[in-house]
Write a protein that binds this ligand. Structure first.
Ligand code: SAH
Length: 213
């Protein structure tokens, strides 16, 4: 697991691309500048790790495009120490970004293979999410709720109710909603029963699956 000056140089270029595309949050940009994305990918794709693109990982899943990771993270407006729940651990790259921002991170993955691999990998890299869970993200993670933020990193056909219910007041849920194409959607909890909804354009994700295999 090597990180070299050449990788660091490419990372800096990626950060410049993200700034150009409109990402402003300095803490998010500095996390991306720091995290060795190439180590989160299969070695065959290593050379492409700092392109602003999604790539295949194990179990037919993908590591999200850096722009998408940055965009979703920016919408969460994370403060250090915030309780954040991630649905879809995948490669662990987004998890690492959340850790870099000083969040207490809880993350759920439904593919056993990825769950095991990523748990080991993140700890090797020195990232310490509060809890990595194998299970169904549609249910959220009630035992550690409420959350300041919930981020869904797969395309959801609808908003799972438990994810709204597990938000603190003023908590934020960032979720791509749709089947083939998803609309990035932000819900802010205003009271026990009221939620504000904002929409932010189209993205493409692998689907948030309902039945466990
Ligand atoms: N955050 C990841 C993105 C991975 S792609 C990264 O940065 O690499 C989306 C992930 O969501 C996949 O790993 C997929 O297995 C997972 N997923 C799909 N449906 C899920 C569900 N119902 N609960 C939890 N995870 C799910």
């Amino acid at each position: 697991m090597k990180d070299t000056l050449r990788h660091a140089g490419k990372r800096k270029q990626l950060v410049d691309v993200l700034i150009h595309k409109g990402i402003k949050d300095k803490t998010v940009l500095s996390a991306i500048n720091k995290i060795p994305r190439h180590l989160f990918m299969d070695s065959g794709f290593e050379d492409h790790a700092y392109q602003d693109k999604a790539f295949p990982i194990a179990a037919d899943q993908t590591i999200s495009q850096p722009y998408t990771v940055a965009f979703q993270t920016e919408l969460l407006q994370i403060e250090r120490g915030a309780n954040i729940l991630e649905i879809g651990t995948g490669s662990g790259y987004q998890t690492a970004v959340l850790c870099e921002l000083g969040a207490k991170v809880y993350s759920i993955e439904r593919q056993k293979e990825l769950f095991k691999k990523t748990k080991l990998f993140l700890s090797k890299l020195g990232y310490r999410p509060r809890h990595l869970s194998f299970g169904d993200g549609y249910k959220g993670l009630e035992e550690h709720a409420p959350y300041d933020g919930v981020i869904v990193t797969a395309g959801a056909p609808y908003v799972p109710k438990p994810l709204l219910g597990q938000l603190k007041i003023n908590g934020r849920l960032v979720i791509p909603i749709g089947d083939d194409v998803q609309v990035m959607t932000l819900f802010i909890r205003k009271s026990e029963t009221k939620f504000e909804k904002h929409e932010f354009g189209e993205f493409r994700f692998v689907p948030l699956l309902e039945d466990k295999n």
